[in-house]
Ligand binder design. Structure first.
Ligand code: PEP
Ligand code: MN
Length: 352
């Protein structure tokens, strides 16, 4: 049996749970550092299950055969809807994230923020800490970048999505953003996954470029197992033998994940394409496969961008994507959330 325990149990409560397990004839083993998962080995008598479920500090008791992983779709339960400031992902709601790859100078960031908000984004993206393939590439502007993001949030109604690379920075970055981004290069950084899992802030988790779908959902499982359910999965393309596009957008994975998990799934057509001219087409493909939103790199002067200029698109091209998204969402009864949508007008009905 698997026992899910509440977070931050006092030692005395945990000890008394362990004692009851022992008295019932089970040997027990805590499976994680945060002490929320307890594995029991023994007879598995059905009556023991309800006895254990009644104990203070126990959230649920599962038979090994029915121990569902936390990301899995729950029969009869609605899909998870993740909200971050004005954005809403999942359960029939789509939202769009847009902005530069990296935070550059503050005025330019505010200018981009205003343009993408006018076009229809509800969240501004921009990395203050950049995970680069080479140590000699621009590594981001760090705390100054976080300040610029705060200023852009003040200047617009947009929420902020920005990447956190290091578990020690979770508090610092969390103070400046409405949604953490965990990038492809950090999908398997388990200390980081644990740390964001201990917050209740939404997390945009990107698929590693060589990660299987199974590894991707297990990365989400690390966050979920700490108690944070506010996860948006992001397919951003995987590596292949072909370099016509930077990566291969795995639309099959998007369609699969929409069926297999209750978590929202969005698509990043920018890192998948690596070329601005293909971003809109891949965005459409992702939405047609069922994505609950997009994250798109937008820059007014791609040649001057500190990183990923080749895949940046203009705000005008982004606004065409917004129009596509509105239409594609409507095709299957979903709704694109636009800036300044009053909460009362948001649809409550969900897709079956
Ligand atoms: C990014 O969003 O700028 C980024 C670095 O993306 P990824 O982690 O998907 O490469
Ligand atoms: Mn980028």
């Amino acid at each position: 049996m698997l026992v899910r325990l509440q977070n931050d149990l006092p030692q005395a409560t945990l000890d008394s749970i362990l004692l009851v397990c022992k008295e019932l004839g089970y040997s027990s083993r805590l499976l994680n550092e945060s002490r929320t998962l307890l594995e029991l080995e023994g007879l598995g008598v059905p009556e023991h299950r309800s006895k254990l479920e009644d104990l203070t500090g126990v959230r649920a008791v599962l038979e090994a055969s029915e121990a569902r992983e936390l990301h899995q779709k729950r029969p009869g339960k609605e899909a998870t809807r993740v909200r971050a400031r004005g954005a809403s992902f999942g359960d029939g709601h789509l939202s769009l994230i847009a902005g530069p790859c990296a935070v550059e100078d503050p005025e330019r960031l505010i200018d981009i923020a205003k343009r993408v908000e006018a076009a229809g984004a509800t969240l501004l993206r921009g990395g203050a800490y950049k995970p680069r393939t080479s140590p000699y590439s621009f590594q981001g502007s760090g705390e100054r970048g976080l300040e610029s993001l705060r200023a852009a949030r003040e200047a617009t109604g947009l929420g902020i999505v920005t990447e956190v690379l290091d578990p020690r920075d979770v508090e610092l970055v969390g103070d400046a953003c409405d949604m953490f981004q965990i990038g492809a290069r950090n999908m398997t950084n388990t200390p980081l996954l644990h740390e964001v899992g201990r917050t209740d802030k939404p997390v945009l988790l990107k698929r590693g470029f060589a990660a299987t779908v199974r590894e991707f959902v297990l990365a989400a499982e690390f966050i979920l197992s700490e108690g944070n359910e506010n996860i948006v999965l992001c397919e951003r393309g995987i590596r292949s033998f072909d370099n016509t596009t930077r990566n291969i957008l795995d639309v099959g994975a998007v369609a699969h994940l929409k069926r297999a998990t209750h978590l929202p799934v969005i698509v990043d057509p920018s890192h998948a394409a690596g070329r601005g001219d293909l971003v809109r087409d891949l965005a459409r493909a992702g939405l047609a496969a069922g994505a609950d939103g997009l994250i798109v790199e937008v820059h007014p002067a791609p040649d001057e961008a500190h990183s990923d200029g080749a895949q940046a698109i203009s705000a005008e091209e982004f606004s065409r994507i917004v129009d596509d998204a509105r239409i594609l969402a409507g095709l299957d009864g979903r709704r694109l959330i636009l800036p300044n949508t009053p909460p009362a007008t948001l649809p409550v009905e969900s897709l079956s």
